[in-house]
Design a protein around this ligand. Structure first.
Ligand SMILES: Cc1cc2nc3c(=O)[nH]c(=O)nc-3n(C[C@H](O)[C@H](O)[C@H](O)COP(=O)(O)OP(=O)(O)OC[C@H]3O[C@@H](n4cnc5c(N)ncnc54)[C@H](O)[C@@H]3O)c2cc1C
Length: 403
């Protein structure tokens, strides 16, 4: 296929989920030529809480004004121990104002999020869009050769593989995943409710996992309800009214009567981390590189930091006349992403285990930790700051700077 782009400055972004779309925009903002390969996407019933740094990156990329009308701020995060254990933790409130922020995060449904990102990609002169799937990827010393299912062939200097959890690009690069499965499923839905949420996200800790209510615009919230696979099956089988009644009961009626306002989703929980985030000229982005249980709203925020980091490194290489898919870019990418991803996977895993475990010392430790957080503003601020995003080695886009 004759591309209008010069192969030496071209990055192929593979995958049209949120991570791929943001990666295409970030690379194009860094002055690189982007060939964006994605098949038509399926509807996504989830919602995403975008942390402050991700919002800054989307502002710098010029997409935030299109997202804002569909987003609700999370100004307070409330943790409530809903277990029936002997050692129960006290309730803790985290307030964005304590960090000098207007909101920790903004929550929105994935459909308007993806539609706005799609429109920005379609309107960008530096991005060539191909609606197709990648069939084979062959990494070579000077370029990567990509064959598409419509018969076209691409030759590019760098591949940003945002092709999801089963990533064909990752398999072509020979990169393994370290995996951990959990005996849990996240049931998701949007619910309308009688009382206002007051911009408060509430997380009830239960013996099967967290039950989280996250504000959406209007008197609506998204629910992420982590339960056993058997309970998930039962919840999915309920009719809409019965489902809403169960959600209201799990929410201790804090938002009043509830009504189902979206299709339901169910997502088995697992944690996976790639043993390398890049090999040869192939760099992994988003769920191709790491999958984290939907606890603490970390997944896509990590994907946006992957996108911003790769764009920063590749664009610096291009500006100094270096190979954009060379070892100096991919090795720096591996180094800069590893600690952020590993530390968040570890924290989410530990927290989830402390809920599931009947082991009194572990549950007690969680309770003690929350008790300490309730009493120490210094510790609370440190935890809040780290929860919102990393404080070290922050990519420039995340600080709101243009590339
Ligand atoms: C219940 C739930 C709630 C969540 N809430 C949050 C939250 O509040 N905040 C947050 O930050 N994260 C959250 N996440 C995580 C977030 O949803 C994911 O991190 C994010 O959707 C991953 O996006 P992605 O683009 O990496 O992968 P995907 O969305 O899976 O996209 C991968 C894309 O690759 C394409 N693809 C696959 N094969 C090929 C091929 N051969 N050729 C071309 N393309 C291909 C697919 O079609 C797909 O479009 C949540 C996750 C769950 C399950």
């Amino acid at each position: 296929m004759a591309s209008r782009f010069n192969a030496g400055r071209t990055v192929a972004v593979v995958g049209g989920g949120a991570s791929g779309l943001v990666t295409a925009l970030a690379l194009a903002a860094g002055g690189l030529h982007v060939t964006f390969v994605a098949p038509r996407r399926a509807p996504d019933p989830r919602t995403t809480a975008l942390m402050d740094g991700s919002v800054k990156a989307l502002q710098a990329l010029g997409v935030w004004p299109a997202l804002l009308p569909n987003a609700a701020p999370l100004r307070v995060m409330r943790l409530i121990d809903g277990t029936r254990r002997l050692l129960r933790a006290p309730e803790v409130d985290f307030r964005a104002g304590e960090l000098g922020l207007d909101a920790f995060a903004w929550n929105l449904e994935n459909e308007p999020l993806l539609a706005a990102l799609d429109a920005a990609v379609a309107g960008h002169a530096g991005i060539e869009r191909i609606e197709a799937s990648v069939v084979t990827v062959t990494d070579g010393p000077d370029a990567v050769r990509i064959e598409l299912d419509d018969g076209r062939v691409l030759n590019v200097a760098l591949v940003a593989a945002a092709d999801g959890r089963n990533s064909p690009c990752r398999r072509a690069a020979g990169i393994e995943m370290r995996m951990r499965e959990y005996p849990q499923v996240a049931v998701t839905a949007t619910l309308a409710h009688a009382r206002p949420h007051g911009d408060i996200s509430t997380e009830f800790h239960t013996e099967t996992g967290p039950f989280t209510l996250v504000p959406l615009p209007g008197e609506r919230s998204s629910v992420v309800c982590v339960v056993s696979p058997r309970e998930a099956e039962q919840l999915m089988a309920l009719d809409a009214d019965a489902f809403a009644r169960v959600m209201e009961r799990k929410a201790h009626s804090i938002l009043g009567a509830m009504r189902l306002d979206s299709p339901r989703g169910n997502f088995p929980l697992s944690s996976r981390t790639a043993t390398s985030f890049a090999r040869g000229r192939i760099a992994l982005i988003g769920e191709a590189a790491h999958i984290i249980p939907p606890i603490g709203a970390q997944g896509l925020n990590l994907g946006i930091r992957d996108a911003a980091t790769l764009a920063e490194l590749a664009s610096a290489a291009a500006n100094s006349g270096e190979d954009i898919g060379g070892a100096s870019v991919t090795e720096a990418y591996e180094r800069r992403r590893r600690a952020d991803v590993e530390s968040r996977s570890f924290a989410v895993d530990l927290f989830n285990r402390s809920l599931l475990s009947g082991f009194v010392p572990l549950a007690g430790l969680r309770g003690f930790g929350l008790w300490l957080l309730g009493r120490s503003p210094l510790l609370r601020r440190a935890v809040m700051r780290e929860g919102v995003g990393p404080t070290r080695d922050v990519p420039r886009l995340l600080a709101g700077e243009r590339l």
